[in-house]
Design a protein around this ligand. Structure first.
Ligand code: FES
Length: 155
């Protein structure tokens, strides 16, 4: 019997808003898809695009970045920096073979437990339709870094 595919979603969430919103969803006993692995960061401005690539390389089928609404960032403009970085990263991701429907960005505040459920359910369903993301993992494993090897840098 064939096993049903369940996507792994890595969600980078800001401590102040989305993490608390997701926590609220839990304490409110709202039903949600169990596919997300949350990684709590101080602010979405802290998220380096390399984190996202590493998540895909390590087995994620989809990635979500979620933080405070514009104007609500606890570090003033972290989410604006994240949004700008995000726009550029999406294009780079497409170039490197990552289907942009596997990448999602959202704003969820601490009081939006229901919105968190809608976001994570939506992302999970979208990625479930796409299927496993094995091709990126295989590709990432086969990338050779000849310049670094020549210089004697251990990878
Ligand atoms: Fe939440 Fe900056 S503190 S996005």
């Amino acid at each position: 019997m064939e096993e049903k595919f369940e996507p792994k979603i890595v969600a980078f969430v800001c401590n102040w808003c989305t993490y608390t919103g997701a926590d609220l969803a839990g304490t409110s006993r709202l039903k949600q898809q169990p596919n997300a692995r949350l990684i709590r960061v101080p602010c979405t401005g802290r998220i380096d695009p390399v984190f996202i690539l590493k998540a895909f390389e390590s087995g994620a089928d989809g990635v979500l970045v979620s933080g405070c609404h514009p104007g609500d960032c606890h570090y003033n403009a972290g989410n604006f920096h994240a949004r700008r970085r995000w726009i550029m990263f999406r294009e780079l991701a497409e170039f490197t073979g990552i289907d942009s429907s596997r990448l999602h960005f959202s704003w969820v505040s601490a009081s939006e437990g229901k919105k968190w459920v809608d976001v994570i359910d939506g992302v999970t369903e979208t990625v479930r339709q796409k299927g496993p993301f094995d091709q990126y993992r295989k590709m990432a494993r086969n990338i050779e870094l000849p310049i670094m090897e020549e210089e004697g840098v251990e990878i």
